[in-house]
Design a protein around this ligand. Structure first.
Ligand SMILES: Nc1ncnc2c1ncn2[C@@H]1O[C@H](COP(=O)(O)OP(=O)(O)O)[C@@H](O)[C@H]1O
Ligand SMILES: [Mg+2]
Length: 200
């Protein structure tokens, strides 16, 4: 007996069923907001890296946790299914390349990001660390190192609504978009704001 199934159909099924997505980026870029929308639209189940890390991590006195990378890796491996949307800035360190289809790195203009950090009452050092990371594209770099250039896509979320960001992600998933090129360092250098973001 033959079952007739077209190549397109196979690809569509592959896209719909076996698509494990990583959504990463610095704190405040919109990961959790966007992931809720994506989960709603695509029916994905959110796997929150921070929450899993907390379960196996060690609480520190200053309200943060020491992440046990090996334990978190193991925990996540068991949690990830073909319907997973893995969310978190630590994703490149605790998720294996073979487990995922693509990684999307959300980026946000540092001038907007600083306002989010102020609202969150981040300390100066936490603010500067995360702004520096965003400006230099550290998480995008980590994602490329870990998941490969072919699996890593960036989105500039600056001034976009959650719906617009979700549309862009769908474009990347269905192969019609390669994402955005982002270079905040060039932007802040042009504006003579290097010292504002990298005080000594
Ligand atoms: N597209 C957007 N437009 C405007 N505000 C947004 C957008 N996405 C997220 N926000 C707001 O920005 C802040 C950070 O978003 P959040 O999803 O918590 O980021 P993350 O999970 O990356 O830390 C929140 O206050 C959220 O309401
Ligand atoms: Mg968050």
């Amino acid at each position: 007996m033959f079952i007739h199934i077209s190549i397109t159909e196979i690809f569509n099924r592959a896209l719909l069923n076996i698509l494990v997505l990583v959504l990463t980026g610095n704190p405040g870029v919109g990961k959790h907001t966007v992931s809720r929308k994506l989960a709603e639209i695509l029916g994905y189940e959110i796997v929150d890296v921070n929450k899993e890390a907390v379960k196996v991590g060690t609480a520190k006195q200053n309200d943060s946790i020491d992440v046990d990378v090996e334990k978190t890796k193991k925990m996540l491996k068991e949690k990830i299914s073909e319907k997973s949307l893995i969310v978190g800035h630590l994703a490149p360190f605790v998720v294996s390349k073979e487990l995922i289809s693509m990684a999307i790195v959300l980026r946000k203009n540092p001038y907007d990001l600083i306002q989010i950090y102020e609202k969150r009452n981040y300390s100066d050092s936490k603010k500067n660390d995360n702004l520096g990371s965003e400006i230099l594209g550290v998480i995008a770099y980590d994602s490329i190192e870990k998941f490969g250039e072919e699996k890593t896509f960036q989105i500039n979320t600056t001034s976009l609504t959650v719906e617009e960001i979700t549309k862009k992600i769908e474009g990347i998933i269905n192969g019609t978009s390669k994402g955005d090129a982002v270079d905040w360092l060039a932007d802040i250098t042009k504006k003579n704001d290097l010292r504002k973001f990298f005080p000594d």
